[in-house]
Each structure stands twice: as C-alpha cells, then as structure tokens.
Design a protein around this ligand. Structure first.
Ligand code: NAD
Length: 491
C-alpha cells in the first residue's frame, strides 16, 4: 500500500497535564522525506512550560504510585484496543514523517504493541519473591516506582521506540516525560491521544517537543529521576554524561555498525533475502540494519541472491526514503569515497530514479560495494542508509577479528549450516544481539533489547525483564511478628 501523505499542514504541540499546549518558544517545520513538502509545524515549549509540565507529572505520579499495578494495567488493556483500531491511520502518519513504507510503519507499531503486551503481563509475572529466611522471619522483594522518568527518542522509529518504554513505566507506577525527535514529532500526538482515550490520568504522560534545549532542561530538572535515551552514539554519550554527573541513573542506547558473517555452507535462498532485507529495510535507517558483510571464502551463490533481491526493490512502496536531503547527500558522497579507495560498485542505487511525482524526496536505492577494505569509512562508520559493504575474508577467524575491532556492539549475524560455526560466532562476536540465519536479530519480547560497547551507555536493557530494575527500585523488606523461643541470629 502507498503511504498517504497529509493533505494539510498538521499543528503539533506539547502534551502537558492532559492537554495540548502551544509551545511558547520557537516553531519548527516537519518535512516529509517522500516529497520534501511541509506536512507539520511543531511549537517548542519555553523553559517555564517545561518546569510546569514536570511539576504536574510529579503531582500525578504520587496518586499513580498508590494505585495497585492490576488497576494501573487496565489502562493498557484499553490502549491496546485503541492502537489496534487506529493502526492504519497511525502507520500512514509515521511513515509520512519518517520516510518508511506503510508496511514498515505498521510493523514498528506492532512491535510497540508487543512490548505493551509484556507490560500488561507484569501484573502476573513480576510478583517479587518471599522466603522464610530464619524461623519466623521473612525476607521479601517489593518493586517501587521511581517517580518521574524521561525518555528521548530518535527519528527512525517514531512509535516503536517510545512504546518500548512508555507502557512498562506506566505499569510500574512512574510518570513519563517523552521528548520525541524534532524530525518526526507528529506521531507523538496520536500516541498521547491514545493513552488519554484509554483513561490514563492527566500528568502521567507528558510530551515535550524540541531538540537539545528541551532535552537539557528535562535532564537538569531535579524531579526527573531516570533518563532513557535512544539515538546516535555522539548524543547518547552527551546525555549519559550530563545525567550521571547529576547523580541520575541513565540508560542511553547509541548507534551501530552491524556485521553479518556469511559462510560458504549457508543456504543461498535463506541468506539472500535475509541479508538483503536487513540492509534495505527502513532504507537502512535502523540500528539493527546489516552494514558490513564479512564474506568468508566462496559465497558467490549467496551474494547473487542478495543482488537479485536488492535490485528488485521498488522505491516508494517496497523501500522508503531517507530522512533528510543532507543525509542522502552524505551517503552519495560516501559511496564515491569508497569507490576512490578501490571498492567495486556491484549495485548502484544512485542511478535509480525517484518514484514519479516524488522527485523532491530523499531517495537512494540499495547499493552494494564489494572489496571494501577493513578500516575504511564504508567498513567502520555508521552510514545509516541502504548500503552494504562487502569485506572479503580468508576465514572465520579473520571475520571475527574485523567484527571485534568495531567500536559498536549492537547486532551481529552469521549465515551457515554448521552448528559449530554458528556457536563460535555467537560466543565470540562483540554484540548484544546475535542472529543465526536471521538478518535482523531483534529479540522478541520478553527477551530484552540492547547492545554493548559504543551502542549502549549504562547497564541493563531498554525493554523486557532486563529493563525493569532500571525503571524501578527494589525494596527488600525483612519481617518478624512473633518472639521466637529458640535463639537464632535474626531473632
Ligand atoms: P540523534 O542522536 O540525532 O537524535 C536522537 C534524539 O536526541 C532526538 O530526540 C534529538 O532531538 C535529540 N538530540 C539531538 N542532539 C542533541 C543534543 N546535542 N543534546 C541532547 N539531545 C539531542 O539520532 P537520530 O538521527 O534521531 O537517530 C538515528 C540514530 O539513532 C542512529 O545512530 C541509530 O543507530 C540510533 N538508533 C539506535 C537505536 C538502538 O536501539 N541502539 C534505535 C534506534 C536508533
């Protein structure tokens, strides 16, 4: 299905204490990557408005924390029904502002709903633990909300990345302040309206628009207890450093340069589409996208299948656009730089014309570079576009060495039919998420999402079981009600 672009410019503002409030600072345009047309105008909050918003969140959180989790979760059941009802409309809007295809827009929202389902189940699975540790004495775990927490999200998943954390925090009893990307703020209106319609009391979800000024004001506010961040490594480090210098907990997910180890015994019919879809999906603008193919030995049959699939992608319906013209220009220049360093262009996305009527959009078709040298830009820098750099390797040892030398550590996959080789790569690759014959190894819930090395600052993961201790405190309660006749060390 083609993406429906908004016919009129959408006014977007800030969701403060249950109402949409026009920002009193500046205004930014939202431009569709599809055709370069303005589709939205977003007003940014003043410092006073940010202070007021967080004060309202603090007040609302006190009552919410005193509400049992089973009651809090009812809002999330309603929310799920609303998001399923509005799936098509939300998917079109997020695709229109981020450049995704309609199907990618819907898939991102579905993944967000999967995390919502995990949050819904916390009432039944996160029941703590209790043990009689000494005669008549019990120890017990109790999970306590933190208060007001904040999350800063990137442009490339306008609904999924916020949905990784909003429902979990609402279930845990926190109030949540969300700062969406200034490039894709329109979807935040749909998500916040859905929570409102689901019955979430006012003040528990706040949306503050803008860029670094808004982020810094949120981090610095003493009422905000924890900061989550998803975006580039450069900004992840800035946010992590600022938040932790103030003694706050921070979990900041950064960028990636993901490798795929392709072995001669892989099944070409599995490797071809798996690897092609990994580097072309979301036009390569996802932190789990394949970027470097470590081709070990004779893998020509699999490479032919990758080429076959990637060269058939139709711009506009099967593959989306790049977020900005500047990003497209950067990618085109980086392809030229790789060529100048000796890479061969097996598939040249620069030559494919934009879809009819969308000539002003930011289009680049799939591009495959072969014989890329390790250590060069195409092999080491996060390009964030539909470009696959093939690095030829003698053996698995060399492939693992190249993978391990990356600064990043988000995802790494291996395509093989050898269990021993798959096991070796999964043990030795420096990555938080490993795929075996899977090109985009995003863990499905309840398995947590998160990388290592320069792809993550802070401990824990952003979703699933390993996110819970980040978004809450664990209180340990030791209880004794009766005097014991015999003496033991706890009596
Ligand atoms: P970005 O770092 O430019 O922006 C992310 C957020 O930070 C936005 O909300 C933005 O407004 C804010 N921001 C920008 N500059 C800031 C500053 N100086 N101080 C404080 N806040 C600032 O990232 P992006 O371009 O929106 O997203 C693409 C990047 O995100 C890629 O690097 C991609 O790999 C990464 N990403 C990572 C994951 C993951 O799970 N690891 C998921 C999605 C995207």
């Amino acid at each position: 299905m083609s993406v429906k672009l908004p016919e009129e410019v959408i006014s977007c503002s800030n969701f403060i204490n249950g109402e949409w409030v026009r920002g009193e600072s500046s205004t930014l345009d939202v431009v569709s990557p599809y055709n370069g047309k303005k589709i939205g105008a977003v007003t940014l909050p003043s410092q006073m408005q940010i202070q007021h918003a967080i004060a309202a969140a603090e007040k609302a959180q006190v009552l919410w924390a005193a509400t049992p989790m089973k009651e809090r979760s009812q809002v999330l059941f309603h929310l799920r029904a609303i998001l399923m009802r509005d799936m098509e409309e939300i998917s079109h809007l997020k695709a229109a502002e981020s450049g995704k295809t309609f199907n990618e827009g819907r898939a991102g929202l579905m993944k967000g709903i999967e995390v919502l389902e995990y949050a819904l189940s916390l009432q039944n699975i996160d029941v703590g633990g209790k043990l009689e540790v000494s005669r008549g004495v019990n120890c017990e775990y109790r999970r306590n909300p933190l208060g007001v927490v904040a999350n800063i999200t990137p442009f490339n998943f306008p609904a999924m990345v916020p949905m990784w954390t909003i429902p979990i925090n609402i279930a845990l009893g926190n109030a949540y302040v969300w700062k969406p990307s200034e490039k894709t703020p329109l979807t935040s209106m749909k998500i916040a309206n859905a929570f409102h319609e689901a019955g979430l009391p006012k003040g528990l979800l706040t949306v503050l628009q803008g860029g670094a000024d808004t982020v810094n004001a949120i981090i610095d506010h003493p009422g905000v207890k924890a900061i989550g961040f998803v975006g580039s490594t450069k900004v992840a480090k800035l946010v992590y450093t600022r938040a932790t210098a103030l003694g706050k907990r921070a979990l900041c997910l950064g960028g990636a340069k993901n490798h795929i180890v392709l072995l001669p015994d892989a099944t070409p019919e599995i490797a071809g589409p798996g690897i092609s879809d990994s580097f072309t999906g979301c036009a390569g603008q996802r932190c789990m996208a394949a970027s470097v193919l470590l081709a070990v030995g004779d893998v020509e049959k699999s490479i032919a299948k990758i080429l076959e699939r990637a060269s058939s992608m139709k711009l506009g319906t099967e593959m989306g656009a790049l977020i900005t013209k500047a990003q497209r220009d950067f990618l085109v220049e980086s392809i030229s730089r790789a060529e100048a360093l000796g890479a061969r262009v097996l598939l040249d996305g620069r030559k494919v014309p934009p879809p009819a009527g969308m000539e002003k959009g930011n289009w680049l078709a799939p591009t495959i570079l072969d014989y890329v040298q390790p250590g060069t830009e195409a092999a080491t820098v996060e390009l964030f576009g539909p470009i696959l750099s093939i690095v030829r390797c003698q053996d698995v040892t060399e492939a693992i060495q190249i993978q391990n030398s990356s600064d990043y550590g988000n995802a790494c996959s291996v395509f093989t039919n050898s269990g021993a080789m798959a096991e070796r790569v999964s043990r030795e690759a420096k990555a938080g998420m490993i795929g075996i014959n899977v090109g985009v190894p995003v863990p499905r819930e309840p398995f947590s999402f998160g990388g290592i090395a320069a792809s993550k600052f802070g401990s824990g993961d952003i979703t699933g079981e390993h996110s819970l201790n980040f978004w809450s405190d664990i209180r340990k309660v030791t209880t004794k009600w009766e005097k014991q006749n015999d003496n033991n060390w706890m009596s």
